[in-house]
Ligand binder design. Structure first.
Ligand SMILES: CCCCCCCCCCCCCCCC(=O)SCCNC(=O)CCNC(=O)[C@H](O)C(C)(C)COP(=O)(O)OP(=O)(O)OC[C@H]1O[C@@H](n2cnc3c(N)ncnc32)[C@H](O)[C@@H]1OP(=O)(O)O
Length: 128
């Protein structure tokens, strides 16, 4: 029951993903329950949004992975009750096992509020 994408998780983000060319995209609107500072989305949940969107770029290509490293740059506070677009893409694949991914959160009007990069390692799904 994935926190990011399962429709059955009562406290989850219930994200749905689509590929558009080589970009994986989802939309999300944070509520009051997702706040850190008053009126702004919690940074850990912002990281979860980006982690999930980068992971889904790979899942949608039937590549089973786990996150092994992530860096997040928060440039603009992400307001709650605002439609956000989250995008991800692949920048490089190393030794057919390590995927270097990137993602961003776009505010209405087009400014990028948060950027992330992460490494995902291909796993054998039977391992987990
Ligand atoms: C259509 C389909 C629908 C499906 C719908 C299903 C639901 C879809 C749910 C999605 C859900 C997603 C959710 C978000 C993704 C999480 O949140 S995943 C959760 C967070 N991540 C984790 O818990 C990962 C924990 N880590 C591990 O379990 C293990 O490290 C791993 C990933 C299994 C790898 O272990 P390992 O196979 O023992 O690998 P290891 O020997 O340590 O490393 C292999 C090589 O990589 C290198 N390496 C390791 N880490 C790094 C690093 N960070 N940087 C560079 N090199 C590294 C090592 O140095 C090593 O190099 P060599 O020695 O071979 O030269």
């Amino acid at each position: 029951m994935c926190f990011g994408c399962s429709p059955a998780n009562p406290i989850g983000l219930k994200l749905k993903f689509k590929m558009d060319g080589d970009i994986c995209r989802t939309e999300f609107e944070a509520g009051e329950e997702h706040q850190g500072w008053n009126g702004y989305m919690h940074g850990g949940l912002i990281a979860a949004l980006l982690d999930e969107t980068m992971a889904w770029w790979l899942w949608l290509k039937d590549i089973s992975i786990m996150t092994v490293e992530m860096n997040t740059r928060y440039s603009i506070g992400v307001p709650i009750k605002t439609r956000l677009v989250v995008e991800s893409w692949c920048e490089e694949v190393k030794r057919d096992r390590l995927y270097l991914m990137a993602g961003r959160i776009i505010l209405p009007g087009g400014k990028t509020a948060v950027k992330a990069t992460a490494k995902f390692m291909k796993i054998d799904p039977a391992q987990i």
